[in-house]
Design a protein around this ligand. Structure first.
Ligand code: SF4
Length: 597
């Protein structure tokens, strides 16, 4: 099933349902006279006998009934959201996430100030470090304060919702999700390059609304994009594109290698703290009064309480465990690269990173499930526990197999093949006599390339037209930005024998010929120096384009250089490739209207 196609109306209802459910759960954290009944002896979540106790730091404490709010949130909602991410991908989660829904309230009410994160800002460059730190901080706060203290958990969740609404009030698009949300790094770990059942954005028809792309339903009932370009290579538009665009960045390595240790250390701490490896299965939701335990012994090992206060023991454990897997990840990566160099057909560095990221995510998911979730399933009948456990393992293995086979090269080939197929269909050339009874849709990407090159009536102008239309379509769909187009279309360019200089000339022509489509963003879109007016606004008034330094003015000798097979990689600088657009008032007003929408 393609979840991107589930109607926005249905998803909107589901979002309301989940958001209200979450608010009810938060309310129950402050006042809940009912659910403690279910934790009494012999009840669904209660112990099997009235005199059962749980062991904590060498002593046995009675299992007194407790309201279920914290157990439902940490023991069911959070694990379920992680399983949803791995199985259905972010395209489902991002459309139903209550926190994302709350962050959009100011926009829906028309209060949003519509600021944007600038490409050169600190936040743009470092948001993943910030979000990873917030995740680390959140896990510390959970272990120290809010794991079973229901009042503090309620306050913590309300503060989180308040933060999401504040960011949604100040900034446009899904800025909360992309730049601040501490769960976003977890989403990238399990949903990039794809969830088990995620749809493919890069092979969809032109102008599709893909994955969890921002959208709305208009009066006629059809859906339209409301994308304002708050993030380049946006995960909501195409998660796999987002993944490959940043795979070699150090922040990705830190997150993906350290997260495994974070997950393991988090659950191990329950044992290190209580001295009881069954603590998670027994009394973890009963151990309240966290504030009073902050300076009590934080470790109880081999029957001995160590004189390290819990307030230090928790960050120490999480820092050590995440630090160990981070260093381990870097070492394995180095060794893999060395080994790879000795082979005759080495993998690309991106592919090595990809394989290690995939293995670490697989290990993190199973650590999380078998160390953290499985021990808390005791209330389910035996068969339910087995089904869930084997189901989770199977889902993660299928995910591993699916994701392991992906590569950037394969992704680009599929994407280019899809674009190429559509452009070939538009050419006024009789293709049927070259297809041996097959249709264009049946041809594989390699066959499409071969067809494009070998067609006897495929002239030089056809070749350039095909390439130009392909790029234009990708730009329109925000799959690529102008500054990255040279690299992004490298394989197609080579297959069609298009030089770098020809590429930049075509880009220039696209910008000049499509002033209704491309205009400089109002100073916001990260690396997308040229943004799209259409299709949100197909009737926008003509923008008044001034190319600051036209591509044609790139010095002739440089173009000659670029054509030389031995030429170094010369890429025009941003000032060379950025058209400066002075917009007419009507265009500016129209764009503002788009943003409001
Ligand atoms: S870039 Fe567009 S689709 Fe992606 S989150 Fe921002 S507004 Fe939504």
């Amino acid at each position: 099933m393609n979840f991107a196609k589930v109607s926005e109306k249905q998803m909107h209802l589901l979002r309301w349902f989940l958001a209200i459910g979450w608010l009810v759960l938060i309310t129950s954290l402050f006042y809940d006279p009912i659910s403690a009944y279910l934790t009494e002896p012999h009840q669904l979540f209660g112990p099997k006998s009235a005199d059962t106790c749980f062991e904590f730091q060498g002593q046995c404490y009675p299992l007194v009934p407790y309201p279920l709010g914290a157990k439902i949130f940490w023991g069911m909602v959070v694990p379920l959201s992680i399983i949803t991410l791995l199985v259905f991908g972010h395209e489902v989660w991002r459309r139903i996430c209550p926190l994302s829904f709350f962050s959009q309230i100011p926009r829906a009410m028309g209060w949003q100030q519509k600021r944007t994160i600038q490409e050169n800002s600190w936040l743009y460059r470092n948001h993943l470090y910030l979000q990873s730190f917030l995740l680390f901080l959140g896990l510390n706060i959970r272990l120290l304060l809010v794991n079973s203290d229901r009042f503090l958990l309620g306050v913590f969740l309300l503060l989180t919702i308040f933060s999401a609404i504040t960011v949604g009030f100040l900034y446009d698009g899904k800025t909360w999700c992309h730049y601040f949300c501490p769960m976003a790094p977890v989403q990238t770990i399990y949903s990039e390059p794809s969830g088990l059942l995620s749809s493919e954005a890069h092979t969809t028809p032109s102008r599709s609304i893909t994955q969890s792309m921002c959208r709305t339903t208009n009066e006629s009932g059809s859906e339209k994009s409301t994308c304002v370009g708050c993030k380049s290579a946006c995960m909501d538009i195409d998660a796999e594109n987002s993944y490959w665009s940043k795979i070699e960045r150090p922040d990705q390595k830190l997150l993906r290698y350290a997260y495994l240790g974070l997950a393991i250390g988090f659950y191990l701490y329950f044992g290190l703290y209580s001295g009881n490896w069954n603590f998670l299965a027994a009394g973890v939701w009963n151990e309240t009064n966290h504030l009073s335990t902050l300076f009590a012994p934080g470790f109880y090992i081999n029957g001995q309480a160590l004189p390290i206060p819990k307030i230090l023991a928790v960050p120490l454990t999480l820092s050590l465990s995440s630090g160990i897997t981070y260093i381990l990840g870097l070492r394995i990566e180095k060794a893999y690269k060395r080994h790879n160099q000795k082979l005759k057909r080495p993998l690309s560095l991106k592919q090595i990173n990809h394989r290690l990221f995939t293995l670490f995510s697989f290990a993190a998911f199973n650590s999380l499930f078998f160390l953290g979730v499985y021990p808390t399933l005791g209330w389910l009948p035996w068969i339910g526990q087995q089904l869930l456990s084997w189901g989770a393992l199977l889902a993660s293995i299928l995910w591993l197999v699916k994701v392991w086979q992906r590569s950037k090269k394969r992704y680009l080939k599929e994407r280019d093949g899809n674009l190429l197929r559509r452009q070939l269909q538009k050419l006024e050339i009789n293709l049927s006599r070259h297809l041996d009874g097959r249709s264009l849709n049946e041809l594989k990407t390699d066959e499409l390339y071969a067809l494009a090159k070998l067609l006897p009536d495929f002239s030089n102008s056809h070749r350039l037209q095909l390439y130009s239309d392909t790029i234009k379509e990708a730009l329109e769909q925000r799959r690529v930005t102008i500054s990255r187009s040279l690299e992004a279309f490298q394989s197609l360019r080579q297959e069609l024998e298009i030089s770098k200089a020809e590429h930049w000339k075509l880009i220039e022509r696209i910008c000049q010929d499509n002033t209704k489509l491309f205009a400089v963003n109002l100073g916001q879109i990260s690396d997308t120096e040229v943004t799209l007016i259409s299709p949100l606004n197909p009737n926008a008034a003509q923008a008044d384009i001034t190319v600051k330094r036209p591509f044609s003015q790139v010095k002739t000798e440089r173009i000659a250089d670029l054509n030389s097979p031995n030429s170094p990689t010369i890429k025009p600088t941003k000032s060379e490739i950025e058209p400066t657009v002075r917009r007419s008032d009507s265009t500016r007003n129209q764009t503002k209207e788009n943003k409001k929408r």
